[in-house]
Write a protein that binds this ligand. Structure first.
Ligand code: TPP
Ligand code: SF4
Length: 312
């Protein structure tokens, strides 16, 4: 068992690193930082299953690996099924005395393409069956690994290689799929959003997610300088702007109760966040206004849900 811990809130976080240096993520990649923090919070008694994507490709270029934890690469379509089988199998072996009883954390991970599109059905099934695992989605808002193609998590107005902005197009024309609400609707005990720009908030949520009995889902916004056309040394700052503008609020839903874990009293204008990114550079003032209105509406709705909790 690991012994070298640091206290984060009421949680003990491992000082050890489980993502070894030498991986091939781009400079300033938010996904790389998020993976590192998530693994520290999960700790060493864990088994990880990971879909294809930058997370997998950049950490396992054969014959080397950055993984210092038991890790398996799965297909997009079956990450939820695979972690279900691992959890059920390991627990059966413990029951039969084939392996010693211990508290192993089962964690599955994937990008937004892997989670909101290709692997949605197997993840939904695993959540519905009530397997005891944590799923973490790295949401960089496109299929980055294969060349910045739009996914159903790409936000309205973002320019991608398959939804490019131009004279006749605003870029992505659809609204971002709300995965947090979709998984909350499964009635699972814990759902949260997180961001590596708020590392202690992120690690506390991961700790909660793996400690809770039953399925948990954490949706992490991971800035991608390559696909978002941002300067690589502004990753943390732009990630913070996502929360400060209300575009990506940080909250958790524990047994159906909403709670904002970072509560900006007044929101910054969305323009501050959009203007920092090349993928939104083409947006006209009226398009920015449209996005502002939607953010105001969605944030007010979230505040209402959180207030309902306090008055109950
Ligand atoms: C079923 C299937 N479709 C497509 C691919 C090709 N592919 C490999 S990685 C990737 C992009 C993954 O995007 P995402 O899940 O958002 O993760 P990211 O790379 O952005 O972190 C795609 C489409 C594949 N491996 N399997
Ligand atoms: S393409 Fe984006 S998500 Fe992938 S490694 Fe580079 S910065 Fe990270």
């Amino acid at each position: 068992m690991a012994t070298d811990f640091v206290k984060v809130g009421k949680h003990q976080i491992d000082r050890k690193e489980y993502l070894a240096p030498g991986h091939t993520f781009c400079t300033g990649c938010g996904e790389a930082l998020a993976i590192r923090l998530v693994c520290k919070a999960v700790g060493q008694d864990a088994i990880l299953a990971m879909a294809t994507g930058c997370d997998e490709v950049c950490t396992s270029p054969l014959p080397v690996t950055s993984w210092q934890l038991p890790w398996i690469h799965t297909l997009f379509e079956n990450t939820g099924a695979e972690i279900s089988g691992i959890e059920a199998g390991v627990k059966a072996m413990m029951r039969k005395g084939k392996v010693p009883e211990r508290d192993i954390k089962f964690v599955a991970m994937g990008g937004d393409g892997a989670t909101s599109d290709i692997g949605l059905q197997s993840l939904s099934g695993a959540l519905e069956r009530g397997h005891d695992f944590l799923y973490v989605c790295w949401d960089n808002e496109a299929y980055m690994n294969t060349g910045i193609q739009r996914s159903s998590a790409t936000p309205y107005g973002a320019s991608t290689s398959t939804a490019p902005a131009g004279k006749l197009s605003v870029g992505q024309t659809t609204q971002k799929k709300n995965l947090v609400e979709i998984f909350a609707a499964h009635g699972i005990p814990y759902v949260a959003t997180a961001s590596p720009s708020y590392p202690f908030d992120l690690m506390s949520k991961v700790k909660k997610g793996v400690d809770i009995k039953g399925p948990a889902y954490i949706h992490v916004l991971t800035l991608c300088p390559t696909g978002w056309r941002t300067v690589s040394n502004r990753t943390i700052e732009i990630g913070k702007l996502a929360t400060e503008t209300g575009i990506f609020p940080l909250y958790e839903i524990e047994n159906g109760q909403y709670r904002l874990t970072v509560d900006p009293k007044t929101l910054k204008p969305v323009e501050e966040y959009l203007k920092a990114q090349g993928r939104f550079r083409h947006l006209s003032p009226s398009e920015i206004e449209k996005i502002q209105k939607k953010v105001n509406h969605d944030f007010a709705e979230l505040k209402e849900k959180a207030a309902r909790r306090q008055s109950e």
